[in-house]
Design a protein around this ligand. Structure first.
Ligand code: FES
Length: 151
């Protein structure tokens, strides 16, 4: 029986990365323009990506799904050791950070939903009484009108 040897490509074309990661080539270029991923150029000046870019793209997609801003993703990926693939320890650290961010967002959205519950069927849109219209009204409890001018 003839033994087949399979050569593993170390560098991938944008099309290969797109196919394997499920993102468009244009998205890869966008991620690269934002500094989230890096490529090298071959002799024909065509982009080539290291195989571990697939893990970076997976993490970027997850982070975007959670709602993490691109700048935050970049900062988080930027502290990873250069030239090393993202390992389980690094992923644990990133996902823990983003879990806290997700918890904060859930808390904010839950509070907004609860405020909105009070508005359903109301329609007053009162600057004084509506928590959605004037959420930061610290002087509202002191009375109506221009409180600071009265002082
Ligand atoms: S619309 Fe009346 S409390 Fe918000």
């Amino acid at each position: 029986m003839e033994k087949k040897t399979q050569r593993v490509k170390t560098l991938l074309t944008p099309g290969e990365v797109a196919k394997r990661s499920g993102v468009a080539v244009s998205a890869l270029h966008f991620y690269e323009s934002k500094g989230l991923i890096q490529s090298t150029r071959n002799g024909g000046n065509q982009r080539r990506y290291r195989r571990d870019v697939l893990r970076y793209v997976a993490i970027i997609k997850i982070a975007q799904r959670i709602g993490i801003p691109l700048g935050t993703i970049k900062d988080a990926l930027g502290v990873l050791p250069e030239g090393q693939s993202i390992n389980a320890k690094a992923w644990k650290q990133l996902s823990s950070q983003w879990r806290e961010e997700l918890d904060r967002r859930i808390h904010t959205l839950t509070a907004l939903r609860d405020d909105l519950d009070g508005c359903i069927g109301c329609g007053c849109l009162s600057h004084r009484d509506c928590p959605l219209r004037n959420p930061e009204d610290r002087l509202g409890s002191q009375g109506t009108g221009a409180r600071l001018l009265e002082e």
